[in-house]
Design a protein around this ligand. Structure first.
Ligand code: SF4
Ligand code: SF4
Length: 466
């Protein structure tokens, strides 16, 4: 079926006739008013973005036992992640996680292009919500453009204020939630309701992220994608002949025009431009501003449907398909390389996670006082014991010493709370005649008394007179 579509009047969801406009959006950098469109890809996007946002807003409130599901407690240097507790010693796992994210992103980008930007990026998600609020308060694109050009009135002022208040309200909930991943959500809420904070940094950080969200999603929007986000810049390097991108089928669409008996399928209605959040014209080819949101696909499909022409004039397609007519989607060597590295990084992460020690045990000698001679002939050394219990249950330990005969005082009841640190001082007494040298190697061991058999040994010294 080629060139069968006819020039008919097209009415959009707002009841306006879709006309051919010059792409003014491109010049109105901070004033892009997009037209609302619905369709298959927008439904996918909506589900994906709502899922991501629900996970963000709810996860900080969820507890597993008495531990939070996700809490990055910087003050206590402890990260609670899905029922596991991580300490600074485990941060190499975080580094591996970042490597996995990077390879995952490279792998997906080489095959599916900017899928991350269009469907999962927080900037896209929050802009999506802010635009939804704008649409509901100020009306459709045409009504907003009309209002932009109208002089200030009570109605305009009221709508503007309502919009900005709703943006600020949503931005505040976002700022609060973000900080709740670093400071327990319930405590933060209680302190906020009481108006009294354990640290003045807390309300300042909430305020900072509130303003950052308001400015990013309300004012800057696509400018962040186009001028600030580094990912937008370097991902084009990962594109290849087989990468799927949002593209216009020039062979089928051109020559564009109203007379579809003789022209191509593009009726030059400009709907694909009017829905584009970055204000570009996809018919000009692949551009770095394109965030892969697929709004133009749904827009063009809706036009094709009304014209009775096949959908897909604008669609996900690779250069191989559009230029060479090769419809078979192949995964090339670079994608396979990223995929292999991704699998290896995931395997390394899983192995290290599974085998990470659940106890972190240290003994430090008291500084400044090597030993003390007692009247009964005993020598006393003082130590500090530190046990990080990385399990999610409270652990009871016994402490013993080998390498020297002596007695331990002050470490009878070692209880390390779940996912927490035990820190206490204890002393060791040894009779002077047992010391063969002034500096004896000893080993301290801890052994858990619960169901989980945990133990650890560390070396240290016992000091006495020469
Ligand atoms: S060109 Fe299409 S996919 Fe790219 S940003 Fe614009 S609407 Fe989204
Ligand atoms: S590509 Fe589709 S939506 Fe864009 S101007 Fe042509 S017909 Fe209209």
């Amino acid at each position: 079926m080629s060139n069968e579509v006819s020039a008919i009047k097209i009415i959009d969801a707002d009841g306006y006739e879709v006309k051919s406009h010059p792409a003014k959006n491109r010049d109105m950098h901070f004033k892009i008013q997009t037209r609302k469109i619905s369709g298959f890809f927008q439904r996918l996007r909506k589900y994906s973005l709502w899922f991501m946002m629900s996970a963000f807003f709810l996860s900080c409130w969820v507890q597993i036992g008495d531990q939070p599901l996700l809490l990055f407690n910087l003050q206590a240097q402890k990260f609670h992640v899905f029922g596991m507790t991580f300490w600074p010693q485990d941060f190499f796992l975080l580094a591996v996680l970042l490597i996995i994210s990077a390879f995952g992103l490279f792998f997906i980008t080489t095959i599916f292009g900017r899928l991350w930007c269009g469907y999962t990026c927080p900037q896209t998600a929050w802009t999506f919500v802010f635009m939804w609020l704008e649409e509901h308060i100020e009306g459709s694109r045409n009504q907003r453009i009309k209002m932009d050009n109208a002089p200030m009135s009570v109605n305009k002022l009221a709508k503007r204020m309502a919009k900005h208040m709703s943006w600020l309200g949503f931005a505040f909930i976002t700022g609060f939630t973000f900080i709740a991943y670093f400071y327990p959500a319930r405590d933060l809420l209680a302190e906020m309701l009481a108006g009294s904070f354990s640290s003045m940094q807390l309300p300042l950080w909430v305020l900072f992220f509130t303003l950052a969200t308001y400015i990013n999603a309300g004012w800057m929007r696509e400018a962040v994608c186009m001028h600030i986000c580094p990912y937008a810049r370097f991902q084009s390097v990962m594109f290849n002949h087989d990468t799927l991108v949002v593209a216009y089928d020039e062979k089928r669409g051109e020559p564009r025009g109203k007379d579809n008996k003789t022209d191509g399928h593009c009726v030059d209605c400009q709907l694909c431009v009017q829905v584009c959040p970055t204000g570009i014209d996809i018919r000009d080819g692949l551009q770095y501003q394109c965030i892969g949101c697929a709004l133009c696909i749904d827009a063009c499909d809706s036009i094709m449907e009304k014209l009775g022409a096949p959908k897909g004039l604008v669609r996900y397609a690779s250069e191989a398909e559009l230029v060479d007519g090769n419809k078979k989607h192949t995964i090339n060597m670079r994608s396979m390389g990223y995929g292999t590295l991704l699998v290896l990084a995931i395997a390394g992460f899983a192995y290290n996670l599974w085998n990470r020690p659940l106890l972190d045990f240290h003994i430090l000698r008291e500084r400044g006082n090597l030993f003390q001679e007692l009247g009964n002939g005993e020598i006393k050394n003082t130590y500090t014991l530190k046990v990080a219990n990385k399990t999610q249950v409270q652990q009871h330990f016994t402490l013993s010493m080998s390498g020297l005969e002596g007695r331990i005082l002050g470490a009878d009841h070692l209880i390390a709370p779940a996912g927490d640190m035990l820190d206490l001082d204890f002393t060791v007494y040894v009779f002077k005649e047992k010391l063969k040298t002034a500096n004896v190697d000893v080993q301290f061991s801890i052994q858990s008394m619960g169901e989980q058999p945990l133990s650890a040994v560390v070396d240290n010294k016992f000091m006495g007179p020469r």
